[in-house]
Each structure stands twice: as C-alpha cells, then as structure tokens.
Unconditional design. Structure first.
Length: 224
C-alpha cells in the first residue's frame, strides 16, 4: 500500500512535493486513482492524524461524496473533533475548519451528490459562532439553497455574548454579505444588528454590499 507521503506529497507524475496543495487542489483527474488508498488511509487509526486529515481534505476537494458524512461529523464535533488542531496556520491557531470549508468549495461542480455536499456545509455553518473559518466558509456557502443556514449562523453569532478566540462578528459579517446575494431583506436586517453591535470600519466594509457605507454610517449611525 502506498504511504501517506506517496499519496499526498507526490504529484501526478510521482515527483516529490514539499506541500500537499498540488495534490489537494490542482484538479488534475489523474489524482483520482488515489481515492481507494486515501480512503484506506482515512480509516487507518495507526496513521498520523495530520495525514488522515489531509486525506479528508483531498477526498472532499475532489467531490468524493462518501467523505461528506465524515466532514459533517467533524463539524458536529466542533472543537471536540479529534482532528481539531491537526492543521495549523503559523501562530494563528487551528486552521482545520477553514480548510474543510475550502475543500467543500473545491468540490462544487465535481461531486455527483450535491445534496450531501450542501448538508456538510450546513453542519459547518452550524459551527460558525464557535470556531474560526476566516473567509473560506463564506466562499463555500455562497449557494441559494443555504440561505436559511447562513441566516441562522449570523443569528447565533449575534446572540452569543462570550468572548471568542477569533473575530466572530467579522466572520458573521462575511456570511451576512453572502446571504445578501440570496435573501437581501433578511441580510439587511441582520447587517443592521451587526453594525449596531460592532461599528468597526472593517465590519462596515465587509457589509457595504448589504448596507451601503453612507456618510451617516461614517458618523456611527446605522439606521440610515
């Protein structure tokens, strides 16, 4: 059986790679020959957790529908997932959830089970108030079928009063901006709540397509 390094750190021609991004995100159909071995790696409890998580990302990005329930289960577990913390971005802490969202976005148009992909995205949106996603979740969730889940995610972010270890309201603003493409009235109402809670210029900028950045807004008014 090929090793994790063979599967994830060699390009389609067998040349070594220093990073797995070429394998995960290039879209080269030759990598699909590795699906069976990556599924075996994913279920190999003796394998390194980081490599098993990369197998999840690869299969997800390639639109391999049987992995979507795995992604959904990781999302439901949230910070309790055994893979939380296996993927990090410098000193910024865990980056596993942004990577999962990015992989689901890559699978758009590649999978033969779009409902399962959207179900996995709904599970990620259900954790938007709990874990950091950066911009990747908003990018992945830009789907009209996810309007209710987007609105629910923003609502949960607004309803929480605890101090997170990520910028929860900025993350909510990104989701609200995407919601505005599919349900503008609901997005506008949520955007005004967000601005009333946090009038930072960054928040206003991210919401400017939903609530225009007017002179009144510059003066701190959000009811214009």
């Amino acid at each position: 059986m090929p090793t994790a390094r063979d599967l994830l750190f060699r390009d389609a021609d067998g040349e070594p790679l220093s990073e797995p991004d070429e394998v995960l995100y290039s879209g080269d159909p030759r990598y699909l020959a590795r699906v069976a071995d990556l599924r075996a790696l994913l279920t190999d409890e003796s394998a390194e957790g980081y490599h098993r998580f990369l197998a999840v990302l690869a299969l997800t990005a390639w639109g391999h529908a049987p992995v979507y329930p795995v992604v959904a289960a990781i999302a439901r577990a949230g910070r309790g997932s055994p893979w939380y913390g296996k993927f990090r971005a410098g000193t910024g802490g865990d980056y596993s959830f942004p990577e999962l969202a990015g992989a689901l976005a890559e699978g758009r148009g590649r999978t033969d089970d779009e409902p399962a992909r959207l179900t996995a995205l709904r599970e990620l949106l259900a954790r938007a108030d709990e874990v950091r996603f950066d911009w990747q979740l908003a990018h992945a969730a830009d789907e009209p079928e996810l309007a209710d889940a987007l609105a629910g995610a923003v609502r949960r972010c607004l309803d929480r009063a605890d101090e997170p270890d990520f910028d929860r309201l900025l993350q909510a603003a990104d989701l609200c901006a995407v919601l505005g493409r599919h349900d503008r009235p609901r997005a506008e109402a949520l955007a005004r709540e967000l601005l009333a809670r946090d009038p930072r210029t960054t928040i206003r900028t991210h919401l400017c397509q939903v609530v225009p950045f007017t002179p009144e807004a510059r003066q701190g008014r959000v009811d214009a």
